[in-house]
Design a protein around this ligand. Structure first.
Ligand code: GTP
Ligand code: MG
Length: 298
């Protein structure tokens, strides 16, 4: 007898910077979610769809779980996590191989228990663990904390054991016909990915303050017959000083953002584009609920 087809939503959750987006991209085989070395990179839940012969796994990457939400942007991100978890069939909890990986601020494990959903634990970044035997006590301890569907040590970066993790998550999906057409990779429009690519370059190029104060809004995205697409993006920051840093002396810094972003946007869209970037200041925009919503955060 053949196994019935399964389909459902898998929420990838965990503390900031543990590798949730790296894992989501690895499972999707495409770069859907931006990855940087800084925590709190992901702001939106991103929906990517893994289509396999026996199942369809709709992946939702989430922002990292924070202890507190000091401003409207953080609060929106935390609401986004709660909504995503509520809409998930399965949780894929990602943690780093450390004794406190499920505890700590805002106790992840409590959220998992409260969610009442089947969950798989991925212990990520095991490529960085020199002595693999140190993983055993961590796995044992985690196994006692919750009735996980499975506890799987992985490396999202090099792909080790990611297939095993995927299979464990797939087992927990409900029996269901596919939820999306088989050729669809995401539910987000192109302009969302374009804005995210620009934001990722800002995270990579600038130090501490600027990336967190920056938001990208696509003002215009026009496809032009016989000419390059025209994309006009505004980068919002909170202070004149941040605007100065983003633009740089003689405009060199902004130019670098533009050059790097355009190259990646063209790869993503598989066509040439003309990218126009401008920087605007909106004081303390992260504290303004209306503005945060205008930028597409819930
Ligand atoms: N060594 C190692 N590093 C990894 C692995 N997975 C992710 N990373 C790195 O960890 C950092 C954070 O990765 P992200 O995927 O952005 O993490 P995240 O959990 O989505 O982070 P937020 O969205 O900020 O919460 C990046 O520098 C990744 O390259 C892994 O398996 N091994
Ligand atoms: Mg992320």
């Amino acid at each position: 007898m053949t196994e019935p087809f399964r389909a459902g939503y898998v929420a990838v959750v965990g503390y900031p910077n543990v590798g949730k987006s790296t894992l989501a991209n690895r499972l999707l085989g495409a770069k859907i979610s931006i990855v940087t070395s800084k925590p709190q990179t992901t702001r939106h839940r991103v929906l990517g769809i893994v289509n396999r012969p026996a199942y369809q796994m709709v992946l939702m990457d989430t922002p990292g779980l924070l202890t507190s939400a000091p401003n409207a942007l953080d609060a929106a991100m935390m609401r986004e996590i709660a909504e995503t978890v509520a809409g998930a069939d399965v949780l894929c909890v990602v943690a780093e191989p450390r004794p406190d990986m499920l505890g700590g601020p805002a106790a992840l494990i409590e959220r998992v228990r409260a969610a009442g959903r089947p969950a798989v634990l991925a212990i990520n970044k095991v490529d960085g663990v020199a002595r693999k035997e140190t993983l055993l006590p961590l796995i044992e301890r985690a196994s006692k904390a919750f009735a996980w569907g499975a506890v799987v040590p992985i490396s999202a970066r090099d792909g080790a054991n990611v297939e095993v993790l995927e299979a464990e998550c797939a087992k927990l999906l409900p029996v269901s016909p596919p939820l999306y057409p088989g050729d669809q990779l995401s539910d987000r429009p192109e302009r969302f990915f374009v804005a995210e690519i620009i934001r990722e370059k800002i995270f990579k190029i600038f130090a501490e303050e600027v990336p967190y104060a920056a938001a990208v809004e696509i003002e215009d995205f026009s496809e032009r017959e016989g000419r390059k697409d025209h994309i006009k993006a505004v980068i919002w920051v909170e202070k004149e000083s941040q605007k100065g840093i983003l633009i740089g002396r003689g405009g060199v810094a902004l130019k670098r953002v533009g050059t790097e972003a355009r190259a990646e946007i063209e790869t993503f869209l598989e066509r040439p584009v003309y990218l126009e970037l401008t920087v605007h200041v909106k004081e303390k925009w992260r504290r303004e609920g209306d503005f945060v919503r205008r930028l597409g955060y819930p």
